[in-house]
Design a protein around this ligand. Structure first.
Ligand code: FAD
Length: 575
């Protein structure tokens, strides 16, 4: 790959020199540092770099650039180099730079904080960084390397761990690509019809009659493999022989947090996941409201860190298969897995989360994976460059998907049945959507049908007020219309509400509630289910707040309660 560029723009020559020197000292070997004092020449430079095939990792705009040219430059930078991180470098601890009106320290100045937040919310910048102080400023460099890491994850092709050869329009290939992307496994897809695809098939000694063919980094050839065969390649398909203290079912934020806390308390912990470590959060393009990440964190970044943390405390991650059954056993519980295998645990924590409700319209099911997607399609966003994309749904996940897709797509249309987005979407996202020139919102509208040969080509939109229908060309339909809990596999002894969410704690002991099935003399722990020794945390739990932070919090609380439960049992107290 050609050396990527870090570009600095500030109309104050002293500022430019200082920032240029700071960046050159740390990043000069791996990045080409380019400095400009005018947004107009910087724009020309970006175009030249694009023409020469130089990727730009970040453009850093200093505070001496006046607001209007800075805004114009940042907008242009986005269209010239869509993956470049756009950064505002704000003065450190000094008074406001009058031209750009971004005073710091941010903590002491609410107006300044609001201005920066608005710039981020309106999509004008990806991040801000306080200007580096004199001498080595590790805080500044941490900010820079975090941005570079994020840029590299999105823009730098990693050495593939898996090559997939399949037909271009194969829904199975989409499923596998999504699985690998959600587990942060670098892969390359080769269309079976292409020269590359043919070459890889020949190398794998396959004639292409059975697809997909996977070639793994260690030379294994897998033909149309089930998921557990793929996870076995990465050492994630094994199960401990002996009973563990805690089996956590589901590795979204709740399950991974629980595993971190149980393992760090010294409990042997098995973390069972059926498809992707990170759960729903792993599919989020940018989580901006999770404590401790002021510039936001990508779902895959958070999932990778959480996985590593749980693993480093000794939790055993396993993708041996979805858990399909749970029953009391001699010394705790037996968990049955798809494929006939089983695991034993002294107590169980259910963190199986939710998944999206299905869109009931003709044609949608048959185009699943070939233009129709459920959930935010982080792995597919760039594939819609220059295309027209539709999103159904009016909650935050739909808003985030729209903002992410708008970076690539020519036009993004959000389709909602209600008469506005305000009922279910955060204001910061509504602001961002309103500001984006290529996002349109169609209220009082529903998807009446999806159509296409081999892949999605058109949608029929119905105006719910007038009943009129319109056919529109569409490259993709992303469905984000609410969720149902993954609890269908649980035994009837685990009490659930009418929507399938698990009851815990005081829900089980309420007088007059026929579903209150608590049978022991001791009260249930607050996150314990109606089956003593089985706990629930996160989105799957009745009454949970559907947020990353709440899931993480519940996971840690449930972990403490499993610890107390096991202590109680070791002390031979009842229950
Ligand atoms: C696109 C998107 C964007 C979002 N953005 C934000 C945001 O910005 N901020 C925010 O706070 N929240 C956000 N959320 C919500 C947040 O991600 C969820 O509230 C959170 O992930 C819930 O965590 P959880 O661990 O309870 O469940 P989940 O994340 O749903 O994880 C459950 C896990 O259990 C696994 N599982 C299910 N059944 C089984 C089984 N039988 N055997 C084994 N494993 C099983 C699933 O595969 C999954 O990995 C977003 C959600 C989505 C979808």
């Amino acid at each position: 790959m050609t050396t990527p560029v870090l570009m600095v723009i500030d109309s104050d020559p002293g500022n430019v020199r200082a920032l240029d020197a700071t960046l050159r000292r740390r990043y000069g070997r791996d990045y080409l540092i380019i400095s400009e004092t005018s947004p107009a020449t910087a724009q020309d430079r970006l175009r030249e770099l694009r023409a020469a095939g130089h990727p730009v990792a970040a453009v850093m705009v200093g505070s001496a650039v006046s607001a209007a040219p800075a805004a114009e430059f940042l907008a242009q930078a986005r269209s010239i180099q869509p993956t470049a991180k756009r950064v505002l470098v704000v003065p450190r601890g000094g008074p406001a730079a009058p031209s750009f009106r971004v005073p710091v320290p941010l903590v002491a100045d609410r107006q300044a904080a609001t201005l920066v937040l608005r710039a981020i919310a309106h999509g004008a910048i990806d991040a801000y960084l306080p200007a580096p102080g004199s001498g080595p400023d590790e805080g500044f460099h941490r900010g820079v390397t975090e941005l570079l890491e994020e840029w590299a994850r999105e823009a730098v092709p990693a050495l593939p761990a898996v090559r997939i050869v399949d037909r271009q329009e194969s829904a199975r290939a989409h499923e596998l690509r999504d699985l690998l992307a959600r587990n942060s496994v670098p892969y390359v897809f080769h269309a079976a019809e292409s020269a590359d695809g043919q070459a890889w098939l020949a190398q794998a000694d396959q004639d292409g009659s059975a697809l997909p063919v996977l070639v793994t980094y260690n030379g294994q050839i897998l033909v149309d493999p089930p998921i557990d065969q793929i996870t076995a390649v990465f050492g994630l398909a094994s199960l401990p022989e002996a009973a563990v203290d805690v089996a956590v079912v589901g590795a979204g934020p709740a399950g991974m947090s629980a595993a971190v806390y149980t393992a760090s308390e010294g409990l042997s912990t098995l973390l069972l996941e059926r498809e992707a470590f990170g759960g729903q959060a792993g599919s989020s393009s940018l989580i901006r409201n999770y404590l401790g990440f002021p510039r936001g964190i990508s779902g895959s970044g958070l999932a990778t860190r959480a996985f590593e943390q749980a693993w480093s405390f000794g939790a055993i991650p396993s993708m041996a298969g979805p858990v399909t059954g749970l029953e009391p056993a001699a010394d705790g519980f037996r968990l049955r897995l798809d494929g006939g295998r089983a695991a034993q645990a002294r107590c169980v924590l259910l963190a199986t989360g939710v998944s999206y409700r299905k869109l009931d319209a003709p044609g949608v099911d048959s185009l699943l994976g070939v233009g129709v997607f459920y959930g935010a399609t982080t792995s597919e966003s760039s594939a819609f460059a220059g295309e027209r994309v539709f999103i159904v749904g009016g909650a935050n996940s739909a808003g985030q998907a729209a903002v992410n897709l708008a970076r690539y797509a020519q036009q993004v249309t959000i389709v909602v049945r209600g008469n506005s987005l305000a009922a279910r979407m955060s204001q910061y996202l509504i602001d961002e959507i309103t500001a984006a020139p290529n996002i349109e919102v169609r209220t009082m509208t529903e998807i009446a049908a999806a159509d296409g040969t081999g892949r999605l080509e058109t949608l029929t939109l119905k105006d719910t007020a007038t009943g009129s229908a319109e056919n529109v060309p569409a490259a993709a339909l992303v469905v984000l219309i609410g969720a149902a809990p993954h609890t269908g596999w649980l035994p009837p002894q685990i009490s659930r509400d009418e929507h399938g969410f698990i009851r815990t704690g005081s829900d089980l002991t309420q007088d007059g509630n026929p579903e209150a099935r608590w049978t022991l003399s001791r009260p249930p722990f607050p996150l314990e289910t109606s089956m003593p020794g089985v706990f629930a945390a996160g989105d799957v739990r009745r009454g949970s707040v559907k947020r990353v932070a709440s899931a993480v919090g519940e996971g840690s609380v449930a972990a403490t309660q499993t610890y107390q439960y096991l202590e109680r049992r070791r002390g031979r107290r009842p229950g």
